[in-house]
Design a protein around this ligand. Structure first.
Ligand SMILES: Cc1cc2nc3c(=O)[nH]c(=O)nc-3n(C[C@H](O)[C@H](O)[C@H](O)COP(=O)(O)OP(=O)(O)OC[C@H]3O[C@@H](n4cnc5c(N)ncnc54)[C@H](O)[C@@H]3O)c2cc1C
Length: 426
């Protein structure tokens, strides 16, 4: 097995792909009888070894699709293995949509919510906040149902729980009526963006920007609901999203890998080439961008109020250390929530993500930026690289102990624990 970035490789003893809830219950009960350990994998798009163990690995690719739609309540019951792209298409056919999404759509719905996957937009929480009910098979082999209005504490812990409560079989998601988005990309000066940040966030549904290291250039992205028809031609999107952001980026990244001295120049050249464009499409197709170029990534959530200073500290740190990097740094904004293990727990949040091309060294760069995040109360994205452990998380998550207590009740024999989860949870 290997994860999306291919950085993590491991050999589970057995890989099982159950196709129904009954099969999932039976497999957990059998594993309990035989004193075996289980981890669960969605599509392996995480960058931390959340699924690594040496025993049973469960994947729900065969347990996929919509189970039931309630048009009056605008909710959908969905099988846990469903990919976000599939869900987006199925919902659109029913004139519904998810209110917000991240920047790719290849993950499974259960995997996405289990790490607190997020998009951007100060009016929206991460994807786990869209979940209103859950079913999972716990470490005692029981099928548990919980919801916003049924066993709230258990539900609130389980809806972002890194696969540590058991196997999620089904989720109910609160949807919104289907909508189209107009996405506009612009080239803007970093300091101008920092000055106008509140305005940009207030006046646009979804605002984010990429900053190109060693320059003052950003590419800003604004998405807003539109009544305009979806674009017929895909040429503009192909040129920008596929050719420029994938094929040309890969060529440039390969060259800079062989000649590290070129990295600063590449970043400056990329800044010079940043342009503007617009596209209109169904919401789920606008959020997602194809990512064919592989990288390793670290992303931290920080309180939104510290954002400007953290950005300036990162800029000075990169300039001072001359790290051989050229991938842009991504900046997004997310509403606070009350989910115990959500990085946005209790605070309007900003997320800052840094990427390094696959195969290039990243540890020194990530360590330097992580020091800045940690000094500002940073909470890492659970699915992206970091070096934090349970002692740190107990300090930055006010409800960490409550989460651990509920987890231990659901999995007393630690069927779903692994050495990695042991490090980050207890
Ligand atoms: C190119 C790329 C772009 C990305 N973009 C974003 C982004 O825009 N925003 C963002 O926040 N993140 C982003 N991510 C991170 C990604 O969304 C998360 O890592 C997400 O968890 C991956 O989903 P997955 O289905 O691959 O889950 P996996 O990585 O396979 O698993 C994640 C966790 O979910 C658990 N899990 C999976 N299925 C189940 C189940 N049925 N029951 C219980 N537990 C389960 C696993 O055990 C694990 O702990 C990106 C990653 C990549 C590689």
């Amino acid at each position: 097995m290997q994860n999306w970035s291919t950085y993590i490789k491991w050999n589970p003893k057995e890989i099982i792909q159950p196709g129904s809830e009954d099969e999932i219950i039976r497999l957990v009960q059998k594993a309990i009888e035989n004193k075996r350990k289980i981890r669960i994998i969605g599509t392996g798009h995480s960058f931390e070894p959340l699924w690594v163990n040496e025993d049973i690995l469960v994947n729900l690719d065969k347990h996929s699709g919509i189970i039931e739609i309630d048009q009056d309540k605008q909710t959908v019951r969905v099988a846990a293995g469903t990919k976000l792209s599939t869900l987006g298409d199925l919902l659109f056919d029913q004139l519904l949509a998810q209110e917000n999404l991240g920047d790719i759509d290849q993950q499974s719905i259960a995997g996405s919510i289990s790490t607190g996957t997020h998009g951007t937009g100060t009016a929206f929480g991460n994807l786990s906040t869209q979940v209103i009910a859950l079913k999972f098979v716990n470490g005692k082999g029981e099928l548990i149902e919980c919801a916003l209005d049924n066993q709230f504490e258990l539900f609130n812990a389980a809806r972002l729980s890194l696969g540590s409560f058991g196997i999620i079989t089904e989720l109910t998601i609160k949807c919104v009526p289907a909508y189209r988005l107009e996405l506009e990309k612009k080239k803007e000066d970093l300091y101008e963006v920092l000055n106008k940040l509140d305005q940009y966030n207030n006046e646009n549904r979804n605002f984010e920007y990429y900053w190109l290291p060693y320059t003052d250039t950003t590419q800003t992205k604004y998405s807003n609901i539109t009544e305009k028809p979806a674009d017929k031609s895909n040429l503009g999107t192909w040129l920008n999203d596929i050719l420029l952001e994938n094929h040309i980026l890969r060529l440039v990244a390969e060259t800079a890998k062989v000649f590290p001295g070129l990295n600063k120049g590449v970043s400056k050249l990329s800044a010079a080439l940043v342009g503007g464009n617009k596209k209109v499409h169904q919401s789920h197709k606008v959020y997602a961008t194809p990512r064919y170029v592989k990288f390793n990534e670290m992303e931290y959530n920080i309180p939104q109020e510290t954002f400007r200073q953290v950005v300036l500290d990162i800029k000075s740190c990169i300039d001072k250390n001359s790290f051989p990097i050229h991938f842009p740094i991504e900046n997004r904004f997310v509403k606070e929530d009350d989910i115990y293990l959500s990085p946005a727990f209790g605070r309007p949040s900003a997320y800052i993500a840094c990427h390094v091309y696959k195969g290039k060294p990243f540890k020194e760069y990530f360590a330097a930026l992580e020091e800045i995040f940690v000094a500002n109360g940073g909470r890492p994205h659970w699915g992206k690289m970091h070096t934090r452990d349970a002692t740190y998380f107990a300090k930055v998550y006010p409800e960490f102990d409550r989460f651990i207590k509920i987890r231990n009740e659901q999995d007393p024999d630690r069927i779903f624990m692994s050495p990695y989860l042991q490090k980050i949870l207890c």
